[in-house]
Design a protein around this ligand. Structure first.
Ligand SMILES: O=C(O)CCC(=O)C(=O)O
Ligand SMILES: [Fe+2]
Length: 307
């Protein structure tokens, strides 16, 4: 009966779903392959990998970031959250966060979810600390950040993570998600009634696509709920957090190559982001690597099926 009611409700919203709405968030073990996680994201738009890292890893990140979180102001509006702190610049501020950004299962999954693009990059790094008394955030799609551009259904432009730095419970504001909503129509005004809480233990990570309808839950507990939002987007869109200015060049020079590339010190597609005489931006940070010339046009085209 409940299922029937739900179906009617989805129809009344004008949603076209390729299959029945999914009721549960799929939980995968940390031994899952990137293929499995990407498949879950393709089917449901969201998935949780349980205890992907030990809780102590998140405790370490928390310690590194404590002074910055303490100095962060609360959000300026209801969407950012007036009792929510958003602390960024994590690559510069926390060594541990760098390991999370390049975690092989995450990067492998993002690579598959965004495989139709010529490449992907780090979009933003943000600790989201939701204090007691914060009401639920408006249900939204993260891809609305791109000026609400109507990307074709099924064409994902971002793939996101939210690492639990505290346990996420319904009471303390676990992210509310609508599994399957990546197939919904765009610009829907949905209320919390359609959502379920992404409950998970510290060290677990929620993955969701840019098209998934979701929002932070209300914090009705007496403790702060904290998560690390590390997100990735196709490399031909503008990054939400400016990595070139958030991470001073003297710190960037010390970072591993794979992380630098993810931060955007590489070209999107064939030539996006080049420096002066068509130079790869990595040359500015790491002149020791020598000139690498323009991107590999053939490889860029082959990845998007045009070569
Ligand atoms: O912190 C959360 O649970 C989600 C926040 C969110 O979706 C956002 O700020 O875009
Ligand atoms: Fe969001």
């Amino acid at each position: 009966m409940l299922e029937i009611d739900r179906d009617i409700r989805y129809e009344s919203l004008g949603c076209t779903t390729a299959r029945e709405p999914v009721m549960e968030i799929r939980h995968l073990p940390r031994t899952a392959t990137a293929e499995k996680v990407a498949t879950a994201l393709g089917e449901d738009g969201a998935a949780i990998v349980d205890r992907l890292v030990a809780p102590e890893v998140l405790d370490r990140a928390q310690q590194e970031l404590d002074p910055f979180i303490a100095a962060t102001a609360f959000g300026p509006d209801d969407f950012a959250g007036r009792r929510t702190k958003r602390t960024g610049g994590l690559i510069a501020r926390s060594n541990t966060s760098r390991d999370l950004v390049v975690h092989p299962l995450i990067v492998g999954t993002v690579d598959k979810v965004l495989s139709h693009s010529s490449g992907f990059q780090l979009h933003l790094t943000q600790i989201i600390s939701i204090d007691p008394g914060e009401p639920a955030q408006k249900i939204h799609r993260d891809q609305w950040a791109f000026a609400f551009f109507p990307f074709p259904k099924g064409y994902e432009v971002s793939c996101n993570t939210l690492w639990a730095m505290t346990d996420f419970t319904e009471e303390n504001g676990a992210t509310r998600v609508i599994p399957g909503s990546h197939r919904f129509d765009d610009r829907l005004e949905l209320d919390g009634a359609e959502t379920i809480p992404a409950e998970m233990e510290k060290g677990s990570v929620l993955l969701y696509t840019g098209s998934l309808y979701h929002g932070a839950g209300a914090n009705r507990s007496d403790r702060t709920r904290r998560g690390a939002n590390l997100t990735y987007s196709v490399s031909w869109l503008r990054q939400e957090e400016n990595q070139y200015l958030a991470v001073p060049l003297e710190i960037a020079r010390t970072l591993p190559l794979d992380l630098l590339r993810l931060m955007g010190y590489s070209r999107g597609a064939y030539a996006l982001g080049y420096v002066d005489d068509l130079r790869d931006p990595i040359e500015v940070v790491r002149p020791d690597l020598g000139s690498t010339g323009l991107g590999d046009l053939r490889a860029a085209l082959a990845r998007v099926g045009t070569g």
